[in-house]
Design a binder for this molecule. Structure first.
Ligand SMILES: Cc1ncc(COP(=O)(O)O)c(C=O)c1O
Length: 422
């Protein structure tokens, strides 16, 4: 057997061993953060090193290590499929207090990172059905998180809708849901949105969320809400925002953007049957989750640290970073045809160069040669075949690095854009 060709692999193998935007993103990230530290890194979604948060995690790690019963539970015991009872109870109490959600431990499952949680959830409701039909995941507006794009165990896994594009003020714009054209039919198995949105930093309004929830209810499909950056933690939302949870909704949260991507822990909140299915699928694929994330999570909740990090520490830090980068870009890009998406949440600036003479992929490659790593916009527009020039004119910039890095990167991006626009 020739092992060097994808063609020799099974259908599953071809889908999972292929190159894809998320694989390239993580390769870029690994290269920049471990092998090429001089590159100005505004690329992948690694969270910032926030001193106060790091000290807090260290304090809880030390307390864990100093407690011999906790250490032996941490290292020597497989956790139950959904997660340990005490962690699930702490989470249910936390969500009731912080968000007013009526959830019990039976509505919560822990998974090894939300990337895996989405692999399970998206494939639970879309793909080939037992009657020979095929259902897809509906993305109610793109751009959306590119990490989903290669997760389907079937080709043509997504269908996406174009957003409305609103020019909000000079050099700013915002995407809005085109509720008139959601068009949910029998080919749709679930709906999925990030709130706030990776990559645009958009915060879907409460009215838009209500429309999506009502449409999902009417079609009898789940609405999956990815709260990787949202409230109650890590809380990277710079205006008032509440995320509801109701039967029929699936909320997915993660410890990663809190500053703990290394512990690979995500939380799924859903109706009881869905929680059972997620826990079973997780057990088949990975047997059990790691214990470190859940153990830290429980301590963060009980000490009140999780609420503090999500209410003030992290939003204050990232708001400062956002303001710095937006200001640096406004100054450096002055006179160029650019617009920044209203930066309402997450840790990204989504930069649109209207009429860009090359694709954003070419701009990304040029910038990489100049020592600045960003994300090209195209891969975030997936699940449709439509040609929309806007989809080739945007860049995603992460603002997790120190100010001097952001300032230098803004200058280089502006110089390259000026060269391209002539
Ligand atoms: C919107 C969104 N969802 C999910 C993930 C996956 O995160 P993790 O698997 O670390 O929980 C990311 C990571 O960047 C993300 O941006």
């Amino acid at each position: 057997m020739n092992l060097s060709h994808l063609g020799n692999l099974s259908h599953f193998g071809q889908l999972l061993a292929q190159d894809s935007p998320i694989v390239q993103l993580m390769e870029d990230l690994g290269e920049a953060l471990s092998r090429n530290p001089d590159i100005l890194f505004l690329g992948g979604g690694n969270p910032a090193q926030v001193l106060e948060a790091q000290q807090c995690f260290q304090k809880h790690l030390q307390a864990l290590a100093a407690d011999s019963k906790a250490t032996s539970d941490l290292l020597g015991v497989y956790p139950a499929p959904q997660g340990a009872d005490s962690t699930l109870q702490a989470l249910a109490d936390f969500f009731a207090l912080e968000c007013g959600w009526r959830v019990s431990p039976a509505n919560i499952a822990l998974v090894s990172g939300s990337q895996l949680a989405f692999f399970i959830l998206l494939n639970l409701f879309a793909g080939q059905t037992s009657d020979g039909g095929q259902r897809q995941v509906l993305l109610p507006l793109v751009p959306e998180y590119l990490g989903y794009s290669a997760q389907g165990l079937q080709h043509d896994f997504f269908q996406a809708r174009k957003p409305l594009l609103k020019l909000t003020q000079p050099n700013r714009f915002k995407y809005a849901l085109d509720a008139e054209h959601l068009d949910i039919d029998a080919t749709v198995g679930s709906m999925c949105v990030t709130r706030p949105t990776n990559p645009s930093g958009n915060l879907l309004t409460s009215a838009e969320m209500e429309k999506l929830a009502a449409a999902a209810r009417a079609a009898n499909i789940p609405l999956i809400v990815d709260i990787a950056y949202g409230t109650p933690f890590p809380g990277l939302v710079y205006e008032a925002c509440e995320n509801p949870w109701r039967p029929g909704m699936i909320n997915v949260m993660s410890l990663s953007k809190l500053g703990l991507p290394g512990v690979r822990t995500a939380i799924v909140i859903a109706d009881e049957p869905i929680i059972h299915w997620v826990a079973r699928a997780n057990t088949i694929m990975s047997l059990a989750n790691g214990n470190l994330g859940p153990a830290l999570l429980e301590r963060l909740i009980r000490s009140g640290d999780l609420a503090r990090l999500g209410h003030t520490t992290l939003p204050d830090f990232y708001r400062g970073q956002r303001d710095f980068l937006v200001d640096a870009l406004d100054k450096a890009l002055n006179g160029l045809p650019y617009r920044i998406h209203e930066p309402q949440g997450a840790f990204f600036v989504w930069l649109w160069f209207e009429g860009l003479p090359v694709s954003s992929q070419v701009l990304y490659e040029n910038l990489k040669k100049l020592g600045v790593l960003v994300m090209a916009g195209e891969p975030f527009f997936f699940g449709w075949e439509k040609s929309w020039p806007h989809a080739r004119q945007c860049l995603r910039l992460t603002y997790c690095q120190p100010e001097e890095v952001l300032a230098q990167a803004a200058q280089i991006i502006a110089a390259e854009a000026r060269r391209l626009f002539g």
